[in-house]
Write a protein that binds this ligand. Structure first.
Ligand SMILES: CC(C)(COP(=O)(O)OP(=O)(O)OC[C@H]1O[C@@H](n2cnc3c(N)ncnc32)[C@H](O)[C@@H]1OP(=O)(O)O)[C@@H](O)C(=O)NCCC(=O)NCCS
Length: 196
């Protein structure tokens, strides 16, 4: 049994059991503190009955006008607490914050294409692929590799370094946005087929 509560600064000293995972990014303390200071409502954690951290979600709100949206910066669950529905619950928490408090138009997030478990989870939660980004984790190389891909049409680069950018519209907004999104998705697929 567990309840979801807001993250505190002290939690940053006890999240090693959750963060020691190849798919969980560990940032410097200033990064987490900025989130806690700016978007505390987006930072939630679950503890087990013995006080051990089970998982957390961290996010923010950003964008302008119709692009005003919630963003999932991290969602991660300790190995011993997985497959209990915790990540799904943390995602619902963040979506509710985006919807109810900030009235965001959608929630987005990035996930490595190789992270099968997370990709499956996001699909199940209703997220759809918006676009794929090459070299997200290698800084400046991102753009260069993109150009390289267009010039030389190297499919391998895409598979190795692509991230999927998931996009989830909140229920409260118009269906026309979803149709527009589907159209954009089809257009992107067509465009990609031309490049490969
Ligand atoms: C991805 C992660 C957060 C899932 O956490 P979780 O609490 O185990 O997920 P849930 O129990 O809420 O599962 C939700 C759904 O995801 C899918 N899923 C979760 N674990 C899965 C697994 N091992 N194999 C296949 N599908 C899985 C299932 O569809 C599941 O629904 P179901 O149990 O009703 O079938 C967790 O594995 C994790 O922390 N991974 C490392 C960090 C990470 O990858 N974060 C995401 C980065 S973008």
């Amino acid at each position: 049994m567990t309840t979801t509560r807001q993250m505190t600064c002290d939690d940053l000293l006890r999240f090693n059991n959750v963060n020691l995972d190849q798919y969980t990014e560990t940032y410097h303390q200033g990064f987490y503190l900025q989130y806690l200071a700016q978007w505390p409502e987006y930072f939630a954690v679950n503890d087990s009955p013995d006080g051990r951290m089970m998982g957390y979600v961290m996010g923010k709100v950003e964008g302008k006008h119709k692009n005003w949206h919630g963003h999932v910066s991290a969602v991660t669950v300790a190995p011993e607490a997985r497959r209990l529905g915790l990540a799904g619950r943390l995602m619902t928490y963040l979506e509710n914050v985006s919807d109810d408090i900030h009235h965001g138009y959608f929630v987005d997030l990035y996930v490595r294409i190789s992270n099968d478990v997370a990709v499956t989870m996001y699909r199940k939660l209703g997220y759809i692929i918006y676009r794929q980004i090459i070299g997200y984790y290698s800084g400046k190389e991102v753009r260069e590799k993109r150009r390289e891909r267009k010039k030389r049409k190297k499919k391998k680069i895409i598979e190795n370094e692509t991230l999927i950018f998931f996009f989830f519209y909140s229920h409260s907004h118009s269906h026309s946005h979803v149709l527009l999104l589907l159209f954009l998705l089809l257009f992107a697929l067509f465009f990609r087929m031309l490049l490969i």
